[in-house]
Design a protein around this ligand. Sequence first.
Ligand code: PSU
Ligand code: MN
Length: 333
Amino acid sequence: MLWTSSAFVRRIATSSSRLGKNESLFTIHPAVKEALADHRPVVALESTIITHGMPYPHNLSTAREVETIVRAEGATPATIGILEGRIHVGLSSDELDFLAQSKTALKVSRRDLPYVISKGLSGGTTVSGTMIAAHLAGIRVFVTGGIGGVHRDGENSLDVSADLTELGRTPIAIVSAGVKSILDIGRTLEFLETEGVCVATYGDTKSFPAFFSRQSGFTSPYSVSSAQEAAELIASTLDLGLQSGILLAVPIPEEHAATGKLIEDAIQTALSEASLKGVTGRDVTPFVLQCVNELSKGKSLQANIALIHNNAKVGSQIACALSKLKDKERLRG
Ligand code: PSU
Ligand code: MN
């Protein structure tokens, strides 16, 4: 009977959005707004990967494909980005196209938000920037390719991605293919532990993946073997009221991991080149990504796209499982 209808659930449930007075800074896409109000699964997606992570037109086609995969799994995609000073949660086709072709869009992490918004500028949000917006909008699961980490030699340069501190302070579950070996993976895992971030590999191994390869030589503290188990992990964080995030590391599918060694060699060359050319700070990641893609003759881009597709599928399944868990809780009252 009516008691279990979604309209009823919607009426008794309080909104999970934390926008409050911030609402004027946000534009929530109608499809996302509706899904959130109905407590249907929503998956956040970042946009630095579009503006700075991949060349046009692959960035645009990948962004669209990822959204299609999320929908096919029964969730609503919410690609997050900044357009003329407003934070958009869910982008229209034209807006995606604009960001994909923009030559002036900035790379927006936590520290960049005040500037970009106050100046009315546009930008692609990094993992940290996207986490902030997703959390405020009431989204709990976020899919990307790879997160930032502690850079090699980070113990001297202190080049530690704001993604890691954000994971320590924002309760969002990130589904990624681990951390690229352009970074210091051991120190990245240590830093995540310090920040109180629960890290689990997705699958029947604890081996922590290194983006292009299924193994990094390091292990995750935990593993989860299904979307249901991952959802239970996320639900526990929420139930406890922990304000920290979760990192779910999904190894690249076997058939695309073969090129790992070739790409690994390209990474070494790209890193030396970056240091020779004096590339530093926010420019390091985009520079190395582009250089690796050229050196691997496009193979790294292919592998990158394949793993993002896979992450989108897994992440959407997790978002759906979490949504079912939360529905049950609401109905229990
Ligand atoms: N890793 C990738 N592709 C990317 C990024 C990381 O394989 O596009 C982007 C993500 O947006 C991530 C950001 O949040 O780079 C990290 O940048 P930095 O290392 O400057 O913190
Ligand atoms: Mn950095």
